[in-house]
Design a protein around this ligand. Structure first.
Ligand code: ADP
Length: 479
């Protein structure tokens, strides 16, 4: 009989998505098809129940968190062969956004996701699961609740998708979250006088992964550790990096219904590029199109990009940006857009438009200051856009310098720069322009990248191997 896994995430594509976690939570469980896997997430009000045939399981139960009883209703559906379970409680779900408005996170996020974590724990207690796979701070508290319950035999794996978001809250929430005060210690969940929920995931899970090997090393250093480098070093024997993949069914230009025309070789991009430039009112079909797709936040290198854009826009290229995020960045980008006719800004989150932009782009800009894994560069490879990246985290693991191009290798190539400064970024853009001008070389590189395999198959095997070790040996010490 196959082993039973509960895979918990606060967002899962196509039901709710703000970033890469949703893509991973969609694709990885599909790839782990040797397991009897259930994916669990909150039933946010934005989830389209009719479209995905999400129905009540007629399963109601009370979760006691602190002194308060919360009545939970479970919903479910099967989508693309995977079983999904949805947690419904008004406090957790009935909001316009997932985590907060563009200005700030919701004030009661500790309680909202505390309740999500307690509900996961309740399901583990009341049914048998071999493995629970917890993702990011929103379900990290489950690991602590499991630790406090010695009757539970389920093994836990905790995946850090982005260490910058740790779920840090005022300690007044300890009681309301039902956390025993004895856990408020530096080597548990206390963090500079606050509660840090991610620390619960790190301290109490049987095994920790993060989403690339380089990021796994980086987060144990002060530069990238966000204050948790020492704590992670303490738990280093159970920490490893497994690179994310992309779902080639969802991100394939050969089958993508969002595109103007589907294609499977570089030539096919042209019609998509011309159509997109026309749609955006950009001129210059023979010039390279540089795209940026992502959150307008400091992590993604927005300051670097905004400082470089004026000089970049003076060059022979067009630029299209798609994203949403901090208002300050948006205002600065809007000003630049008004000034430079070859720069276009689309504010918002638009899955279909993003696919058309990957298909149209010649280069995809990723000047991230840190990048746990990054999916955009792999999507870019698949759609034949050459990634232009800062060599950090998962970008360092997945994008090789085009100067060292080896057609026989199975690696993807792009323009890589080493220091996150406007000067280096501009230099990289100029290198990109030279590469683009060398038509034959450029097409060869694009054709090569489009054939590379960034699917989940290898990484899913690595997760499967960890599950098996945990089931057999309990705690995993990797080193
Ligand atoms: P993040 O740090 O945001 O999780 P990733 O690179 O891991 O970054 O994943 C980003 C995912 O979100 C990719 O699938 C990317 O195409 C998508 N994405 C980001 N911003 C937007 C947007 N504004 N509209 C559509 N898709 C977006």
């Amino acid at each position: 009989m196959s082993k039973k896994v509960l895979f918990a995430a606060s967002e899962v594509y196509p039901f709710a998505k703000t970033g890469g976690l949703a893509d991973v939570a969609h694709a990885l469980p599909r790839a782990l098809n040797a397991y009897d896997i259930e994916v669990i997430m909150p039933l946010y009000q934005s989830v389209d129940r009719d479209k995905y045939n999400i129905v009540s399981e007629d399963c109601f139960f009370d979760v006691l968190m602190g002194e308060t009883q919360y009545r939970i209703e479970m919903y479910g559906c099967t989508h693309e062969g995977v079983k999904y379970r949805f947690v419904y409680h008004p406090m957790l779900c009935d909001r316009e956004f997932l985590y907060g408005t563009p200005e700030a996170g919701y004030e009661d996020n500790a309680l909202r996701f505390g309740l999500f974590s307690h509900t996961i724990y309740t399901l583990l207690r009341d049914d048998h699961y071999d493995i629970v796979h917890l993702n990011d701070w929103q379900c990290a508290l489950t690991a602590l609740l499991m630790h406090d319950d010695p009757t539970l035999s389920t093994k836990s794996l905790y995946t850090i998708h982005n260490l910058a978001y740790q779920g840090v809250f005022d300690p007044v929430y300890m009681d309301d979250l039902g956390i025993n005060q004895s856990h408020f210690r530096m080597n548990e969940i206390e963090f500079y006088g606050q509660i840090n929920l991610m620390k619960a995931g790190i301290a109490y899970s049987d095994c920790i992964t993060t989403v690339s090997s380089t990021y796994a090393k980086e987060i144990m250093t002060p530069e990238f550790g966000c204050g948790l480098e020492g704590f992670l070093q303490l738990h280093r024997t159970k920490l490893s990096g497994i690179i994310n993949g992309i779902d080639h069914e969802h991100f394939s230009p050969a089958h993508d219904t969002a595109l103007n025309v589907v294609y499977n070789e570089p030539k096919g991009k042209k019609i998509n590029k011309n159509a997109l430039l026309k749609e955006l009112g950009l001129k210059g079909t023979s010039k390279p199109l540089f795209a940026f797709i992502g959150r307008f936040v400091s992590q993604k290198g927005m300051d670097l990009l905004i400082e470089t854009l004026p000089k970049m826009a003076e060059l022979e290229c067009t630029i299209a940006l798609l994203g949403e995020g901090e208002e300050g960045y948006y205002d600065r980008l809007r000003k630049l857009e008004q000034y430079y006719p070859n720069l276009h800004l689309t504010y918002g989150y638009d899955e279909s438009f993003s696919h058309r932009l990957y298909a149209a782009a010649d280069f995809l800009l990723m000047p991230s200051l840190f990048e746990p894994c990054g999916l955009n560069q792999m999507i870019a490879f698949s759609y034949g856009a050459v990634p232009l990246v800062h060599r950090v985290g998962g970008l360092a693991d997945t994008v090789k310098k085009f100067e060292s191009f080896d057609p026989k290798s199975r690696e993807g190539y792009g323009v890589v720069f080493n220091t996150p400064t406007p000067r280096s970024l501009l230099l990289a853009v100029r290198k990109g322009l030279d590469l683009y001008a060398d038509k034959k070389r450029f097409e060869l590189l694009v054709a090569h990248n489009m054939q590379c395999d960034f699917s989940w198959s290898e990484s899913a095997k690595a997760y499967g191997a960890l599950y098996e070790t945990l089931i057999k040996e309990g705690k995993k010490c990797l080193n």
